[in-house]
Design a binder for this molecule. Structure first.
Ligand code: DHE
Length: 533
């Protein structure tokens, strides 16, 4: 395979995930810039380049270029470098750098690169590589149930393990791009899976042949990917450049690039893209403009985009698609930019979190209108929200990134039904249709070694597991029939722990290197209500 020339070196330094977050409210005066000294460039290479890229174009951490940071105040950047950033893995450098060195670094990241990097079809296509060792196969090369496999992404050493979901035996382990993020996406038959790295690399992997097929760098700093309902198209959400890239799932060639701009012409980062299977479309979160996009993935989409038209709220027919058929675009106006989406199982309702982390906003996707705002302070992590039926109604349950609680929301009237107190903010939640329990981690703070088991009927925490005292216990995934729950010990010398989902007893431990996310083929391709989509 061709080498990834953008890949930053591995480092002991933890990733800096989110200097951009909170930037919206931070529009401030323009900073007086001064020439960047060689000493500052040296400090940057030593401490920052590992995560943010030697060229500042991003890697495991976001790109540190002024175009992306226009709204970030120098004071906020200073405190981020000095104190780290809560709820992300950006470390504090206050002990290693003096105030002047920190100011010089802020000056450096605020200094324009010279030119905004161009990453269009030509540049993307030039990175496309095919694995010469790959040979297509007609059937899986193993005896395991191909629909009950797990992919475990190990971010400690940047590998992924494919594991049999019946025997819990690893089938293979392979090197991935640096810093994979988000859920890998499977084709509807589970034959292929696509991974994305934070620096924009997409890897197509054959789950039957257990081989990498091809790779392409579709962005410089990317958020996540989605696959279309028919498995033919991959959508890539980019912070940098500001684009939504459509790729052929067959050969990873570029099919279309949407420049991310509001109707009024304001450029925006693209926060995330999701498949809405019931709608045969992609739904796209925009970071900086008050719009949600819907992109048709049906080649036969009518000019009206099949009942998707609602101009009333936006005026000037703005929500009508701007084109017909495949990739027809529809814009939905919202009051403010929304992040971190949750969908109900019908994909009629979309819930996004407000950028100030204080509320959840519910949009009726058919009507294109906001129908409810839920008071949800403490940065609800809606992307990790799951739903189940409770006493004849659907409830949505979400952890919070900055408050020690889990919120239960009644989806019939979009009100908070119940709040569970926890020992710290959480990141991930999971359940399965066949399980009476939902699992939720405590990702942040001194109790990060705890995992809650919630009874889905009583809505009470019925057990708190502490599998390895002092070690982060995070992210659950169930096997195909919901009989086992698999937990990650989120450490470089970590492991996955398999639990009997009924008795809550441990079944097996398998050492792994910071196993971040685990993804079961069946649960993903069936869009199980218990897992993130
Ligand atoms: Fe994630 C999923 C955004 C930080 C690990 N994360 C996602 C998705 C989004 C998202 C939009 C859904 C992707 C999908 O499945 O298509 N993540 C964000 C952020 O905005 C945030 C808070 C800041 C950032 O820097 O991007 C963030 N995420 C993190 C981390 O720091 C984590 C813990 C470590 C890491 O690897 O970066 C992390 N995110 C994950 C994981 C998933 C994920 C493991 C997949 C969850 C799943 O089970 O589907």
């Amino acid at each position: 395979m061709k080498q990834n020339t953008f890949m930053p070196k591995l480092a002991g330094v933890l990733l800096a995930t989110c200097m951009l977050a909170g930037a919206a409210e931070a529009r401030g005066k323009k900073m007086e810039l001064y020439p960047v000294s060689d000493a500052t460039k040296g400090v940057y290479q030593e401490l920052c380049a590992e995560c943010h890229g030697g060229d500042r174009l991003g890697g495991i951490g976001p790109a540190l270029i002024t175009e992306s940071l226009t709204r970030l105040k120098a004071s906020a950047a200073t405190s981020t470098i000095k104190e780290g950033r809560v709820h992300t893995q950006m470390p504090a450098f206050g002990d290693q750098l003096n105030d002047q060195q920190i100011a010089d670094l802020v000056n450096m990241v605020k200094t324009p690169l010279g030119a905004m990097p161009v990453w269009g079809e030509k540049e993307i296509d030039a990175t496309r590589v095919f694995n010469e060792d790959y040979q297509p196969v007609d059937a899986p090369v193993y005896d395991s149930d191909p629909l009950n496999l797990f992919v475990v992404v190990e971010t400690g050493d940047h590998y992924a393990t494919v594991m049999d979901g019946d025997t819990f035996e690893p089938l293979t382990r392979f090197k991935t791009q640096f810093a994979l993020h988000g859920g890998p996406k499977f084709t509807p038959d589970g034959h292929f899976v696509f991974f994305m790295s934070r620096d924009g690399w997409i890897t197509k992997y054959d789950m039957w042949a257990l081989k990498v097929v091809a790779e392409v760098r579709g962005g410089i700093n990317s958020r996540n990917i989605a696959i279309s309902r028919d498995g033919k198209h991959i959508a890539l959400a980019n912070y940098l450049p500001h684009s939504l890239v459509m790729l052929s799932a067959e050969d990873l060639s570029v099919e279309k690039i949407f420049e991310a701009e509001s109707l009024g012409g304001d450029t925006t980062r693209v926060s995330a893209v999701y498949q809405a299977p019931e709608r045969d479309s992609f739904v796209v979160a925009m970071k900086d403009v008050p719009e949600v996009w819907e992109v048709a993935t049906n080649a036969n989409a009518e000019p009206e985009f099949d009942g998707y038209v609602d101009a009333e709220n936006y005026g000037k027919d703005a929500s009508k698609p701007t084109s017909e058929g495949l990739f027809a675009l529809r814009r939905i106006a919202v009051d403010a930019p929304m992040d971190d989406f949750f969908f109900d199982q019908s994909y009629k309702h979309l819930m996004g979190s407000s950028r100030d982390g204080k509320s959840g906003v519910v949009v009726d996707m058919d009507e294109g209108t906001t129908i409810a705002t839920i008071d949800l302070p403490g940065f609800p992590h809606l992307g990790s929200g799951i739903s189940w039926d409770w006493q004849g109604k659907s409830v949505m349950v979400t952890p919070h990134l900055s408050e020690s609680k889990i919120s239960v929301i009644d989806m019939t009237n979009w009100s908070v039904l119940k709040t569970l107190d926890t020992a710290g903010p959480g990141f991930f939640m999971r359940s399965h249709e066949n399980s009476k329990y939902a699992w939720a981690d405590v990702f942040f703070g001194p109790n990060k070694d705890q995992m809650y088991v919630i009874d889905k009927e009583t809505l009470e925490i019925v057990k708190t597991l502490k599998p390895l005292p002092g070690k982060t216990a995070a992210h659950i995934e169930f096997d195909r029939d919901g009989s086992h729950a698999i937990l990650s010990i989120w450490e470089n010398d970590g492991m996955i722990i398999i639990y009997d989902a009924k008795t809550l007893e441990e079944v097996k431990r398998i050492p792994m290197s910071k196993p971040s996310g685990k993804y079961n083929v069946w649960n993903k391709i069936t869009f199980s209500a218990g897992t993130s989509h």
